[in-house]
Ligand binder design. Structure first.
Ligand SMILES: [Zn+2]
Length: 284
């Protein structure tokens, strides 16, 4: 893949992340309140003024208006811009990893693999977007929207298996031949992650309830993102990733701080993935 397309891909998906993050803000605010996501305009929480297009540009509006409402001057919470930036960052990291480890096997521009690569990448970022809304709703309400968590896991699971299903690695003769072995390994990784967290909860004497299961499901999507991030021993990196997030969650999981645990674990894993990616670039 030529360098400028590579750069364009990463910048484009980071900006797309800002836009999707803006939509996630609406979902996170309205779904727990039982309101429609598509109906109704965004308005200022203080003066009730309907917000125009210029007030709703993700991240940039908040920066240029210096965190204040254009109409009444009331401060606007920074969390909207934070969620937008965070979504942009996760999409950017997904784009870097996808370019790094998938693009070399794609014969640019016309190849069946390119279609599968696109499907794979969109499943991945959709999974991240759903995971972010699930953990923010958990943070706000203390309630786990299990449907969101499971959706996120299913999307990431399909994305993880897709390359094996489609023979992604340039072996054209394997296209459309299922690799049952890899599908079983992926299911095994998911079961291993859940079992390990339950075990660590026992060791740390934490309760393993519905909210914990929800956090686990959200977090389990992360090792799936790891697919192309490290060209080392897959078993070792799965174990390391699982241990990092499980320990992190068990430490965070006192009832008072439970609502922070999904965000903390997600952030820790994201930083961990980024650091490991840099180390891979330096040492391999
Ligand atoms: Zn206002």
């Amino acid at each position: 893949m030529p360098g400028f397309i590579y750069a364009f891909f990463i910048v484009f998906f980071t900006l797309l992340g800002f836009v999707i993050g803006s939509f996630l803000n609406v979902i996170i605010y309205r779904i727990p309140a039982g309101r429609s996501v598509s109906k109704g305009h965004s308005m200022c929480m203080t003066c009730g003024h309907t917000l125009g297009a210029l007030d709703l540009v993700p991240v940039f509006s908040w920066l240029f208006l210096r965190g204040k409402c254009r109409y009444c001057g009331a401060p606007i919470a920074s969390r909207y811009a934070k969620i937008e930036s965070f979504t942009g960052l996760t999409f950017g990291i997904a784009a870097v990893s996808a370019c790094e480890y998938c693009a070399p096997v794609i014969v640019w521009p016309d190849n069946l693999n390119l279609i599968f690569f696109t499907i794979y990448f969109f499943l991945l970022i959709a999974s991240m977007a759903v995971a972010i809304s699930a953990m923010m709703i958990l943070y706000d309400t203390g309630k786990c929207f299990t449907g969101f968590a499971v959706t996120s896991l299913v999307l990431a699971g399909i994305a993880t298996m897709l390359p094996f299903i489609m023979g992604f690695y340039g072996f054209s003769e394997t296209v459309l031949i299922f690799s049952f072995e890899e599908i079983i390994v992926t299911c095994g990784k998911i079961a291993f992650g859940l079992g390990l967290t339950a075990l660590l909860c026992l060791i740390f004497k934490r309760k393993y309830g519905k909210a914990e299961l929800g956090i686990d499901i959200i977090m389990l999507t992360i090792p799936c993102y790891d697919q192309f991030l490290f060209l080392g021993n897959e078993f070792v990196r799965t174990v390391i990733t699982s241990v990092v997030y499980a320990v992190c969650m068990c430490i965070m999981r006192s009832p008072g701080r439970r609502k922070y645990s999904a965000i903390t674990a997600f952030t820790v894993i994201l930083v961990y993935v980024a650091v490991r990616f840099c180390l891979t670039k330096i040492f391999l």
